[in-house]
Design a protein around this ligand. Structure first.
Ligand code: PMP
Length: 350
């Protein structure tokens, strides 16, 4: 080994879902929104100018739009390049005690990657047999807590009372609730911010606002938490948010009717799809997200995954203990789900 190689950081990177180059596919593998962004976003595109200049480092226009929409102070909002950026920055900012942080064994598979990258010790807590988070697992001494709500890839929503319970047992560390999928029928933990200055609630424009390609995420928390995040951001890269993201993100926030209509559509499709899938012999936790985490009574998940792929229907399969007989299926349009069901009926001989 060459001498310099000994000092290269060794990391096993997170592997995002496949983004195939073909266009004639049904893409249900990365929890994207099947609808286009608000027409107001499209309108604003033609008004993007001043790309010659650096963007506002504070991204004030976007921060203000989010703060007004959520009814909180501008000093309670931090924006980043997708919630991935916000979460990574949060690991760097808040998880420095040297004690292990806690998160579920089955969850967003970026958490352990950031922990390894930033050398944050961590412990995972097993979900129960029904894939539920057990609040009591998070009572002990730790260096911080993070979990998605609804959890991914299970889609299970934890009630606010359980989150409050976790917070009551963790007054001395930062607790992060990753609400990437909260807009599909969950109750946000935002109301708990008033009672817990150590709570950070993270949301994204990628799913419910159809803007995965723009990369906008944000955190809501006490001014102390937000200031700490900003200090770290400004020590790393002043201009995380580009000018188009700032303008188009704000335009999206300003179109509440479209947001309600499209998220409502996805929720309705999901509930109908659940019934159809039950009829085909699938079982699944009761998802409140824009995906369903399914297993079949007789056919292995990997086989279905591969057969669907051959038909250009992309689903997500995780070759990981406990969940390697499950598929995560994003809720697309009704028509896309009809086509998936037609394939499944034929493949399963139903
Ligand atoms: N949290 C969870 C639980 C997710 O599934 C995702 C999507 N991969 C993210 C955060 C990150 O989403 P984004 O960076 O697009 O906001």
């Amino acid at each position: 080994m060459k001498e310099w190689m000994k000092n290269v950081r060794q990391v096993v990177p997170y592997v995002p879902g496949e983004q195939p180059k073909e266009t004639d596919i049904i893409k249900l593998n990365t929890n994207e929104n099947p609808y286009p962004p608000s027409p107001k976003v499209q309108e604003m595109c033609s008004r993007i100018d001043d790309l010659r200049l650096y963007p506002d480092p504070a991204a004030s226009r976007l921060v203000d739009a989010i703060a007004d929409y959520k009814g909180i102070g501008r000093d309670q909002v931090f924006v980043g390049v997708g919630s991935d950026d916000v979460l990574a920055m949060s690991f760097l900012t808040f998880f420095n005690s040297g004690r292990p942080i806690l998160f579920p064994d089955i969850t967003y598979s970026f958490y352990d990657v950031w922990a390894e990258l930033f050398r944050v010790p961590y412990e995972t807590k097993a979900l129960d047999e029904d894939f539920r988070i057990r609040p009591e697992d998070y009572y002990g001494e730790n260096g911080g807590v993070i979990f998605p709500n609804p959890n991914a890839p299970t889609g299970i929503l934890m009630p606010l009372a359980a989150i409050r319970d976790i917070l009551d047992h963790n007054r001395d560390v930062v607790v992060i609730v990753d609400e990437a999928y909260i807009d599909f029928g969950g109750e946000t933990a935002q109301s708990l911010l008033a009672d817990y200055d150590n709570l950070l609630v993270v949301q994204t424009f990628s799913k419910s606002r159809s803007l995965a390609g723009l990369r906008i995420g944000y955190a809501m928390g006490s001014p102390e938490l937000i200031r700490a995040l900003s200090d770290v951001k400004y020590s790393f890269n002043s201009y995380t948010m580009n000018q188009p993201s700032i303008l188009l993100g704000a335009a999206s926030i300003e179109d509440e009717p479209y947001f309600r209509e499209t998220t409502g559509e996805i929720i309705a499709t999901r509930e109908w799809f659940k019934e159809e899938m039950r009829g085909l012999g699938f079982t699944f936790p009761d998802s409140r997200a824009n995906f369903l985490f399914v297993t079949h009574e007789s056919v292995p998940a990997r086989e279905i995954f591969e057969a669907a792929r051959a038909e250009k229907i992309y689903l997500r399969y995780f070759p990981k203990e406990r969940i390697d007989n499950y598929l995560r299926i994003t809720i697309g349009t009704r028509e896309e789900m009809e086509r998936l069901l037609a394939f499944l009926r034929e493949y399963l001989g139903r």
